[in-house]
Write a new protein. Structure first.
Length: 451
């Protein structure tokens, strides 16, 4: 049986895709301008805008969003009466963390052991390339059968909500019949998967103060209240003995009844050290897709190197709380702040500040778009049926779009399967996944238009 013409076209385009992803990964487009130059993000945005113009997109624009970043928009008109599909990805990336820990430079796309390594290769600059490949394949095989809008966000990883606010202020801009979010991933390489739920999240900065200034630990230690010790106490209160998240008033006993995640597979994917236990109770899928999860992202305190024998007067922490569908993120934020304040010991002065938030999301998997995607993925991955999985991460824009366009169908696909190690050192993308998912997206657009 000969390959589908769409698949043949995408295969022929893969060398170009690698070259383009190399260019895009080279931009250090971390939307934290205290760490990385804003010019790097602006250059990446311009790259995406130029790529859209080259594909014939109209109304291409760099949207200045309220958080000081830019999102890239473009519109490709389709045949008369055709539905409109919005394709989403983001060009901003997480910081590379410890660059010395990367086997190859994080901002240089490098092929190794059949994968392409580089920050953003999977999350989500690869998603930008996936959309371009799908559209090029359609143009080479009879044309794009739908009207297409593309939006490439510039601050998704920061959770600062720029595009959400912009969309709310310009509600006509992103209207579509169906929305394909290219920022998720297959459950396993080679297993076609749509993500049907996302956890929401909130970010809270916690500050603890006990003294006017640091004190000599020999002269005052033992009676002077130590702000760092108080911070450790309050952070420890966020977990039960088995490691489960424990926030006063927040329930954590929901169960996941879809695709399951075997514990041995999870340990391997998460690279858990031998002898170290997983935390929490219930199935792995319960814990990562259906229940809240707290993580301490950072602590401000003296580093070990150069530390002095002092009782600390102040300490801070940044805390992330992931919340599952069915839980309002704003309410979860209030509960988290109240918990932190109630569990701070010794009358220490405590201040909490919310600095980011996104609502959880649950898709309607009974819609026609899901039927079309199931057919498309079955053809792109011969012998495999499309699976439904949750995702523990957050894409705050999903809920904003669902609220703005309640009739739109929203699907989540992408390149962030477990081996991609997104957000970690040595992030990579499988070129085979990029190829197959681009085929799947192109076939989906054909099948969706036919419906």
């Amino acid at each position: 049986m000969s390959p589908h013409p769409i698949a043949e076209t995408v295969a022929s385009l893969m060398p170009r895709a690698k070259a383009e992803l190399t260019e895009l990964v080279a931009f250090k487009s971390v939307a934290d301008f205290a760490q990385f130059p804003k010019s790097e993000s602006e250059a990446a945005a311009n790259w995406v805008a130029n790529a859209l113009r080259a594909e014939g997109f109209q109304d291409v624009a760099l949207l200045d969003t309220p958080d000081g970043t830019q999102s890239v928009y473009g519109f490709l008109p389709g045949p008369e009466g055709a539905p409109t599909v919005l394709l989403y990805a983001h060009y901003d990336v997480q910081p590379p963390l410890d660059e010395a820990a990367w086997a190859t430079p994080p901002f240089e796309l490098t092929e190794r052991d059949g994968r392409w390594y580089g920050r953003g290769s999977a999350d989500c600059k690869g998603g930008v390339i996936m959309h371009l490949l799908a559209l090029r394949a359609l143009k080479a095989n009879g044309g794009v059968p739908v009207s297409v809008k593309v939006i490439a966000e510039g601050s998704e990883e920061q959770g600062t909500g720029g595009l959400e606010r912009y969309a709310e202020d310009h509600p006509d801009l992103l209207t579509a019949d169906t929305i394909v979010i290219g920022d998720a991933g297959n459950f396993r390489v080679g297993l076609p998967t749509v993500t049907s739920t996302l956890r929401g999240m909130t970010l809270v900065r916690l500050s603890v103060d006990t003294l006017e200034g640091n004190l000599h630990s020999g002269q005052f230690g033992g009676a002077a209240p130590d702000a760092l010790a108080a911070l450790v106490r309050v952070l420890d209160s966020l977990r039960a003995e088995d490691g489960s998240t424990k926030v006063d008033g927040l329930t954590g006993d929901a169960v996941w009844d879809g695709l399951q995640y075997e514990e041995a597979d999870f340990r391997k994917d998460a690279k858990v050290l031998d002898g170290v236990q997983l935390i929490g109770e219930g199935t792995v899928a319960d814990r990562i897709w259906a229940r809240p999860a707290v993580t301490v992202l950072g602590i401000d305190c003296p580093p070990v190197v150069g530390a002095t024998p002092s009782v600390q007067a102040s300490a801070r922490a940044l805390i992330s709380l992931r919340v599952p569908p069915g839980v309002d993120a704003a309410e979860a934020t209030k509960l988290l702040q109240a918990h932190l304040e109630a569990h701070t010991p010794w009358g220490a002065r405590v201040h909490t500040e919310q600095i980011g938030q996104g609502q959880p999301f649950r898709a309607d998997t009974t819609s026609p778009a899901y039927a079309a995607m199931a057919e498309a993925m079955g053809e792109a991955y011969p012998g495999q049926e499309m699976q439904y999985a949750g995702q523990g991460g957050s894409i705050p824009l999903c809920n904003t779009l669902a609220a703005l366009y309640p009739r739109a169908e929203i699907l989540l696909i992408g390149l962030s399967e477990p081996e991609a190690q997104i957000h970690a050192v040595n992030e990579s993308v499988s070129p085979e996944e990029l190829e197959r998912l681009s085929v799947a997206e192109a076939l989906f657009l054909q099948k969706y238009a036919a419906r």
